[in-house]
Ligand binder design. Sequence first.
Ligand code: MIC
Ligand code: SF4
Length: 648
Amino acid sequence: MGYTLTEKILREHLADGSYAPGKEIGIKIDQTLTQDATGTMAYLQFESMGLSEIATELSVSYVDHNTIQVGFENADDHAYLESIAKKYGIYFSRPGNGICHQVHLERFARPGKTLLGSDSHTPTAGGVGSIAMGAGGLDVAVAMGGGAYYLTAPQVINVHLTGSLRPWVTAKDVVLKVLKHLTTKGNVGCVCEYTGEGIDNLTVPERATITNMGAETGVTTSIFPSDRQTYKFLEAQGRGDQWVPLAADDDAKYDRTIEIDLSKIEPLAAAPHSPGNIVAVNDLNLPVDQVMIGSCTNSSYVDLMTVARMVKGKTLPAGVSLGIAPGSRQVLNTIAANGALSDLISFGARILESACGFCIGNSMSPRTDSVSVRTSNRNFKGRSGTPSANVYLTSPVVAAAAALTGRLADPRTLNIDFPRVDMPDRFQIDDRMIIPPLPQSERAAIKISRGPNIGEPPVNGPMPEDISGVITIKVGDLVTTDHIMPAGARLKYRSNVPKYSEFVFEPLDREFPSRAQALRNKGSHNIIVAGQSYGQGSSREHAALCPMYLGVKAVLAKSIERIHAANLVNFGIIPFSFADESNYDTLAGGEEIRVSDIRRALQLGDDVVKAMVAGREMLLKMSLSKRQRDILLAGGLLPYTVQGRKGN
Ligand code: MIC
Ligand code: SF4
């Protein structure tokens, strides 16, 4: 029996374990990427491992999230990251050079390679046939040091595409259609592999839009084969020599197949407040206050050129504001050189830096109770910075139509010709804002820059004999990492864990940090109780690290998303699930909870443990590999890794 493309690449990189779907495997990582918001902590942790250089083929440090620089904190972080890159042989993509995923796709991603990134949209590089996964910063730090990355050998879903897209229907609508099929939950441990003749006409940037937002389904990654389109893209980026053909075997067996006829897709939108809340744009007809075009999902050259062609010579209606953030300096410079940027400015667009910006809610928050149409990938409540805003996620052409008319409506009713824009044969290549690794001989002299915003990462002690504490908070279903550790204006405290910890669960319960600290100081453990798909969204390990700092020892949830579950283990917090889900309803915040002999249960490999909750008995499940149990016993991945090195 043949292999899927996913299995082929994973098998080639197998470093630990034997390959069987559902089982934990360790794989060798060829490339890593970090961005500034997760990167400082990743590199602080890398430093505490005491290595002298990186062991990957290529590691890149991007600055794209915190580029607003209100106060000294962001600039301190940037300086730290630049000095670390010089010290350890890492490429450094300077602020303004673009969003990590867009730039990585343009300049570094390669077919058949494994890429681990400290950002959940790392699967963007699946558009060129990489196995590209998001992970917590600590996992990325370990991979940079040459350690294997551990994941569950995935189930592979065949997303079989036929037909071709009609005018006004784009790659964004394809991924929204996939989200309609898969929803945002229940896909942990799966990979989406795209096949079928429908992919032949999809360019790499279009494929990257699809693999990027595949992250919202919760799959480990998404991947396209490496074919003629891949060659065309790499050649246009001056990297044709890095192309290799790659595809699944003809007789590959998939766990599941989803059939999508591209010619039947309509323009779609994700309605508030979830990327899985898919509706046909034709069914909407809403007044719009704000339109934001950009983000790592939709800010390629073709995306922005199409928008520019649509709005050329027109005027932005009163009452609507339009912001555009080109994905990279390459894109921005190209549209500047060919005049399209001027068309956008003339129309009334506010041009923003090539960075995450509005997507992470650090700027351009819309007004109270407004409708904001965005081309990004997440519309969680409050992510825009305005809790009462209604954010709809759409393609750039739907967004441009909304900017033209002030209404979110089907662009086909505009009665204008679809402006078809082709990918150029040669992109504008200028890597001067990417600092390459320094020669080995010059690295020793580099002094690491540490401003007052750079704090030591806290390290946990070993797992205690018993967990004994209180349900410090009980939350519902679909709690995202944005709820646990807010981004936006709070993002600048990422390198300072005690300070950032003051905002844990800020959108849900402002008293949580003080309550948790008071309990921790009394020697009591804090326990979080949650519903389904806890920890959806970003890869930010702070959603585990800061709770750890506040004395959280366990999360007891109906289900936990992949990256977040791994982050919990990495910081010594046990991810429990209910043996009987109906027990969730019986629990209340403030109740005392005790799990006796937890160390012994972890050592023995028990799958089920008994908890006493306010005198009632309850069974809790632990689905953990031997390695994860050892990490928990040690108090987290950092003490586990350091102990391992000392032991060697
Ligand atoms: C996001 O889109 O939520 C982020 C900000 O890019 C996060 C990473 C982070 O929190 O720094 C992600 O997607 O992983
Ligand atoms: Fe940046 Fe938004 Fe992409 Fe996250 S989703 S990497 S914040 S552009």
